[in-house]
Write a protein that binds this ligand. Structure first.
Ligand code: ZN
Length: 517
């Protein structure tokens, strides 16, 4: 069944180079995209950068650049990260990051939106007009609190509870008193509640949000006076106002499809999954559905909410000096090791933890020993017992039950967006394959004198192992595409290649190398 499938990733704010949180969004999206492609679906993913807003305006000023120059100069950093994570499908990642009009929608699996792109700006202004026509925009005076760091408005109660200092940014809230446009979010309260119940994964994040709007969703200010914020999308028909950055940013998920032009790719909407960090869920679960409902569009099917990555239990921060760059990990251990750790050792819906020690233990243990060594051992024995001939392999799979379990667990986990559990199901199966070698002991079988009997048993054993490894390659491919390729390439031809690359050579850059007798 060939189905259209659309996955969106939160667009990182372009006021600094991408960090591990950005990498997590990309990684999760990339895995879901590859999974859908593996199932034969017509899948696309959106990526992008959120380039407007006061923070960019200020950062650009500090750096003596225009905001446009500043965000343009940051693009190579984002492209480098995307390329390093191996987000390449058919087309080079740089093709996906051309201006929106120059991207070939039909040829690409990844569509990229930069919110300062003139095409996006044009479409967003059209979206504003449609919201206005729908009667959900009105003008009013905003008297209240704002955090520039969060780009969010806060109530008196919220700010009071935090002693008037934003706990995320450690900065006092700003008191605003200005004439703004508002979006009538309150009109959609009941449907927003239903959306949260149906769409938010995991459920407990949705419950937190429902508590927040228990007295109803509030209307939100959706513009700022342009004399206070100049770097943004001008409100159509009112030069004195610039759009609130979230209206512009959230719209990227549909401008990526060409909405609201007549020929937009409506067959990819609604999104199957929108991936967001827990800190930005409220924008995606309250403002965004209100906008979509006002536009008469369907709501995303799932909002997948992930947590943050700590380092040894402590939040990463520049001032503490514990920031870990994804590129530093990828440079030393390879992209598949990065992809593996941040899925296998981070619960998909909770905060995760990174230490170099934990990472290196997983690398040397689970990847080098359990998987890499398994592939090398099986290849070496096939060379030894069959002279490298793979044509003898038949359908036999003595681990059929384990394979059935893997398939079941994998599918349930993937469909439930629990990437961690899906990858762990594969790891468990790899473990079964390792045990099978010990139990079936091909080196003992090799001593059976009767040639026919010996060969028959060896064929059974190695058919089981090769079929098992090909299954691993298939199911691990969304998670570790390069690893999947090597395994598949090693065991899918008539002969084992003369040399198989060493997968995950052991490394002791951060932990002590064990001493051997
Ligand atoms: Zn803040």
């Amino acid at each position: 069944m060939n189905q259209k499938c659309y996955i969106t990733t939160a667009i990182p704010y372009a006021n600094a180079a991408p960090h591990i949180g950005t990498a997590m969004d990309y990684l999760y999206g990339d895995i879901l995209l590859r999974y859908q492609l593996l199932r034969g679906n017509d899948a696309k993913m959106s990526i992008g950068t959120d380039e407007h807003g006061i923070k960019v305006q200020q950062k650009a000023e500090t750096n003596g650049k225009t905001p446009q120059q500043f965000v343009d100069d940051l693009q190579p950093e984002f492209n480098k990260m995307r390329a390093a994570l191996d987000m390449n499908f058919g087309v080079d990642i740089t093709d996906a990051t051309k201006p929106l009009v120059e991207q070939d929608f039909n040829e690409q699996n990844i569509i990229s939106v930069r919110t300062s792109d003139s095409e996006h700006v044009r479409l967003v202004q059209d979206i504003w007009r449609r919201l206005d026509e729908a009667g959900v925009i009105y003008k009013s005076r905003y008297e209240g609190w704002y955090c520039t760091g969060c780009e969010a408005y806060y109530t008196e109660t919220e700010t009071h509870d935090n002693n008037y200092i934003c706990p995320i940014h450690n900065k006092p809230y700003e008191k605003l008193s200005e004439e703004n446009y508002y979006l009538k979010v309150s009109a959609f309260t009941d449907r927003i509640r239903n959306f949260i119940k149906d769409a938010v994964v995991p459920e407990f994040r949705g419950k937190e949000l429902l508590e927040m709007i228990k007295d109803g969703a509030r209307d939100v200010s959706i513009s700022r006076p342009s004399d206070k914020l100049s770097w943004g999308v001008p409100v159509p028909g009112d030069e004195s106002q610039v759009m609130y950055v979230w209206i512009d940013a959230l719209s990227n998920y549909i401008t990526a499809l060409g909405y609201p032009d007549d020929d937009w790719h409506s067959d990819f909407w609604p999104a199957n999954v929108e991936i967001v960090g827990k800190d930005i869920l409220r924008f995606h679960a309250i403002i965004w559905p209100a906008m979509l409902m006002a536009l008469g569009l369907e709501l995303p099917k799932k909002l997948m909410v992930h947590g943050f990555i700590n380092v040894d239990g402590v939040k990463m921060s520049k001032s503490i000096g514990n920031v870990v760059s994804p590129l530093a990990i990828i440079d030393d251990y390879g992209v598949d090791a990065f992809r593996y750790y941040f899925v296998a050792h981070v619960p998909t819906f909770e905060d995760g933890d990174f230490t170099w020690e934990k990472f290196e233990n997983a690398y040397n243990g689970e990847l080098a020993n359990d998987l890499g060594n398994l592939v090398a051992r099986v290849a070496a024995m096939i060379r030894k017992y069959f002279d490298g001939n793979l044509a003898v392999v038949d359908e036999t799979n003595e681990l059929n039950d384990a394979a059935e379990t893997l398939l079941g667990d994998y599918k349930v986990s993937m469909d439930g967006l629990d990437l961690n559990s899906a990858l762990n199901a594969i790891t468990k199966y790899v473990h079964e394959l390792n045990q099978y070698i010990e139990q079936s002991a091909p080196w003992k079988v090799n001593k059976i004198e009767d040639e026919a009997e010996r060969m028959q048993r060896q064929v059974e054993i190695f058919s089981t192992l090769v079929n098992g490894l090909l299954l691993v390659a298939k199911y691990v491919s969304p998670f570790m595409p390069n690893t999947a390729y090597v395994i598949h390439d090693t065991f899918s031809h008539d002969e084992i290649p003369a040399e198989t690359p060493i997968m995950f050579p052991k490394k002791y850059l951060h932990t002590a190398e064990p001493t051997h007798k």
